[in-house]
Write a protein that binds this ligand. Sequence first.
Ligand code: ZN
Length: 103
Amino acid sequence: MKCPKCEANLRKVDITVAGAKSKVMSYQCSECDYFEFEPASSKKVVEELRETPLKIKQKIVKLSQDRLGMYINKDVARSLNLKGGEEVYVSVPDKKHFVVDLN
Ligand SMILES: [Zn+2]
């Protein structure tokens, strides 16, 4: 495949999306910044993420000293068996997700 912008060869790059088992295939230009997702594989990942057993909308709340917080809903707490006081690891895999790893 050729880049539609500069005609250079496109590289196929697999992208891991946090929370999904399948990878999204993408085509990236070796010369310019052209980038596209392969539609079938991205659809599959979006569907996989939608099938997550529990997905709820939450608000980020403002705490003191520029810190932000998020309440953990009781259904989430129950399904993860959280009691409060646990130490967790937060990672930021990309600009749209943060992942909380329970130890
Ligand atoms: Zn290009």
